[in-house]
Design a protein around this ligand. Structure first.
Ligand code: ZN
Ligand code: ZN
Ligand code: FE
Length: 753
């Protein structure tokens, strides 16, 4: 028989809770649970997560711990709970202590959170002290990463340091039972920052008047810059084609799709077709831009594209704009000129956005770092990251078996970087295409920023960079002193990125990497690759698209007809493509001459450029104004007709394929049918190669990665075909982009071995 009193012995335990637990109201939550279960001691934000010293009866402690685990705040993410036996110190109450720091921090910084329901109710409650206050927040919501200057996460380390709390706010902040207990950015209209509106000859002060005036201007068809969480946006009425055309012209953004900010979910359903996964993403605390099939055509918003990006309001300022009558939906796009990074400092925004925006709605709270909106699509009813930034960054995406820090600098396009601290892979926000002065600066700042936040000296680091010696990221990597530098091949990194995020470092796979370009280990440009191998043992290149000589360097990626010259030069009996129905421009003829003389040509197996070639053959003759535009256009054409039988594409030799396309085009076959038969050809040829390699190498996992797999028709068709083989395991990227934004994660994983 057990003695019941033994269960009630007084015990003392040290509990460490790891995960996203700081800046999400965890300490007040622990405080409340401690009160309920008569636990004495303290809780604080330590460097390893939340630390609790708990004293009390054994049964009470067990109930306390179970409740802490089971009822953690919705925005927290508990990864690990460590319990240690300690000596009782005889506490008589439970306290929330200030943050302590001793060792190097490995706590996860919380990403920015959207406004919570309680704050939203207060925002709209005329009797609440914070009614209509544009910076309302609490421990469950509001800015985090975008306001943190340094760790630990205390007000003095944020961009709110300059605002002293008024007595009422101080009371809330100090009260352990208040929702704003230790809410670092808390404020109200009488003590905190506000908004003002700048027009050409007029400044409107006072948050409410300024925001109301901005809403009026939006109704009237103006373009208004609005400062949000991670930068300044440009907004205009999405149902006003004149305003949209003006925005495109002033922003130098010709055809790239704009995202919509929609008042609420019901309204979003009018514009896009939403699955359950789409709706979950839209309503998640991240509030990303969600790509979904368009239901309506809004002129100028998303030209030649069957999807539309929508998001719901996430900052109080967005809700206020709609509450004050701004039209819904609004076009909401990053505040910059095309290709520049989003403006986030006020002076910079005023300088750069004057001339684009008719008015600038400026908020006083500084932004510590630039964080764009995240973009997520859905594949197989799961999130499929396109751009990882606000709300996700700088969260960890996987764990690697390594103690020493690794910095992986990614690729030059769609750059993002990864920092591995004690095995946790933290991924930065999307930085952009390197090679532009401002973006390069932003890239370097992000590197220094993350290293500083985790207190890592670059000389301790293993730095991973792309194989390409001319990349900005490579040159910067080599300029940083480090323990060692490692070059990783681009497409190996694509495949490894998938395996790293699924924590399958030993898994032997067939990896298919289709993208635009990346330097191969043989000195040629790769982009249509089949590998066999694993992250820990490396990858062997087993097959690829038949190579072509592509003329003219970077321009080949911008002009589909130029890439086409490279592939078409491999064909015999080519008709005159400058004649109807082809109408190829002079650029093509010039490019052909370069190929014939083998001048300024590079050998490439790029699947991305093959998509460009086919797009050119069926009528996409102008410049691509954004990466992947020709392929997106081609996919859009293919979706307009029922699926067609595939063209021959034996072992990825494109010559018979292109010959058939040319003769079909000459015979007047509809463009959509040709586009569809081409997609089917890529699917069939890829399937054949994958099945062949799986069988030959006795592997049963296949990985698809690379920017080309953003093509929904292609990926969905492959996944559909593979359903016939239930024994084959299929892996794709989910948390990090399949485009070059995910490269850093693969590099980091390959850097371990
Ligand atoms: Zn809140
Ligand atoms: Zn106040
Ligand atoms: Fe790539």
């Amino acid at each position: 028989m057990t003695d019941p009193s033994r269960h009630d012995t007084a015990i003392a335990r040290r509990v460490t809770i790891q995960g996203v637990v700081q800046g999400v109201g965890f300490r007040p939550f622990v405080f409340r649970i401690a009160q309920i279960h008569q636990i004495k001691g303290w809780v604080l934000n330590g460097d390893d997560g939340v630390e609790i010293h708990a004293e009390g009866k054994k049964t009470d402690f067990e109930a306390f711990l179970m409740t802490v685990d089971a009822q953690a705040p919705a925005t927290a993410h508990v990864k690990k709970i460590i319990v240690q036996v300690v000596v009782s110190e005889g506490f008589s109450d439970f306290q929330i202590l200030d943050s302590r720091r001793d060792a190097a921090p490995s706590v996860r910084i919380s990403p920015d959170l959207c406004i919570c329901d309680e704050c939203l109710r207060e925002l709209r409650n005329p009797f609440d002290r914070r009614n209509q206050y544009p910076y309302i927040n609490c421990t469950n919501c509001g800015p985090r990463y975008s306001i943190i200057n340094r760790l630990p996460y205390d007000r003095s380390g944020t961009t709110m340091a300059d605002w002293k709390l008024c007595p009422s706010c101080q009371q809330d902040y100090d009260n352990p039972l208040d929702r704003r207990h230790h809410a670092q950015p808390t404020a109200c209209d009488s003590c905190g920052p506000g908004y003002r509106l700048l027009e050409a000859h007029l400044t409107t002060d006072g948050s409410e008047r300024a925001i109301r005036r901005a809403a009026e201007l939006l109704v009237a068809g103006s373009i208004v810059a609005v400062k949000g969480l991670g930068g300044h946006h440009l907004a205009c009425n999405a149902n006003n084609p004149v305003a949209i055309a003006a925005l495109r012209e002033r922003k130098f953004r010709k055809e790239r799709p704009f995202a919509l900010l929609v008042r609420n979910l019901q309204e979003a359903r009018n514009y896009v077709l939403l699955s359950q996964c789409h709706e979950q993403l839209l309503q998640s605390v991240v509030r990303p831009i969600v790509l979904a099939p368009a239901k309506v055509k809004l002129p100028g918003v998303s030209p030649d594209n069957s999807t539309l990006g929508v998001m719901l309001p996430y900052a109080p300022i967005h809700h206020l704009l709609f509450d004050y009558g701004a039209p819904s939906p609004l076009v909401l796009t990053s505040g910059n000129r095309s290709s520049e990074p989003i403006a986030y400092r006020d002076e910079d925004a005023i300088r750069r956005l004057t001339g684009i925006a008719d008015a600038i709605l400026i908020g006083d709270r500084p932004i510590a770092r630039r964080v764009d909106d995240s973009v997520v699509a859905v594949r197989s009813e799961k999130p499929f990251m396109i751009r990882r930034a606000r709300g996700y960054s700088p969260g960890a995406v996987s764990e690697l078996p390594i103690v020493d820090p690794i910095l992986a600098l990614g690729s030059d396009l769609k750059n993002a970087i990864a920092l591995v601290v004690r095995g946790q892979v933290f991924v930065s926000q999307h930085i952009g295409d390197l090679g532009d002065c401002d973006t390069d600066e932003s890239f370097q700042n992000t590197v220094h920023d993350l290293l500083a936040m985790y207190e890592i000296n670059s000389s301790e680091l293993t730095i991973i960079h792309d194989l390409h010696p001319q990349f900005t990221s490579t040159r910067f990597a080599l300029s940083l002193p480090a323990r060692r530098h490692i070059a990783v091949q681009h497409h190996h990194a694509h495949i490894a990125s998938v395996l790293a995020e699924h924590n399958l470092l030993n898994e032997r796979v067939v990896g298919v990497a289709f993208d635009g370009t990346g330097l191969g280990t043989d000195g040629t440009i790769w982009g249509g690759e089949f590998f066999v191998g694993s992250v820990c043992d490396g990858f062997e290149r087993c097959h690829s698209l038949r190579p072509a000589r592509i003329p003219g360097g970077d321009a080949a990626a911008r002009y589909p007809v130029q890439a086409a010259a490279g592939f078409l030069a491999e064909l015999t009996d080519l008709p005159n493509l400058t004649n109807p129905p082809f109408h190829f421009p002079k650029r093509f003829t010039d490019a052909m001459k370069l190929v014939e003389k083998n001048l300024r040509c590079f050998v490439s197996t790029s699947m991305g450029r093959l998509f460009d070639t086919v797009a050119a053959l069926v009528g996409f003759l102008h410049e691509s104004t954004y990466e992947g535009q020709a392929a997106i256009w081609l996919e859009h054409q293919a979706e307009r007709c029922p699926p067609q039988a595939p063209y021959p594409f034996p072992e990825l030799d494109y010559r018979p394929l292109l010959k058939h396309i040319i003769s079909d085009r000459l015979a007047g076959r509809p463009v959509s049918e040709i586009a569809s038969a081409f997609h089917a050809a890529v699917v069939t040829a890829t399937m054949q190669q994958v099945l062949h390699l799986l069988g030959k190498r006795t592997v049963n996992t296949v990985v698809f990665s690379g920017g080309v797999f953003q093509n929904r028709l292609l990926l969905d068709s492959l996944l559909h075909e593979l359903k016939q083989y239930p024994e084959i395991r299929i892996l794709i990227n989910e948390q990090v982009p399949t485009n070059d934004g995910g490269i850093c994660v693969g590099q980091a994983a390959l850097g371990v071995f």
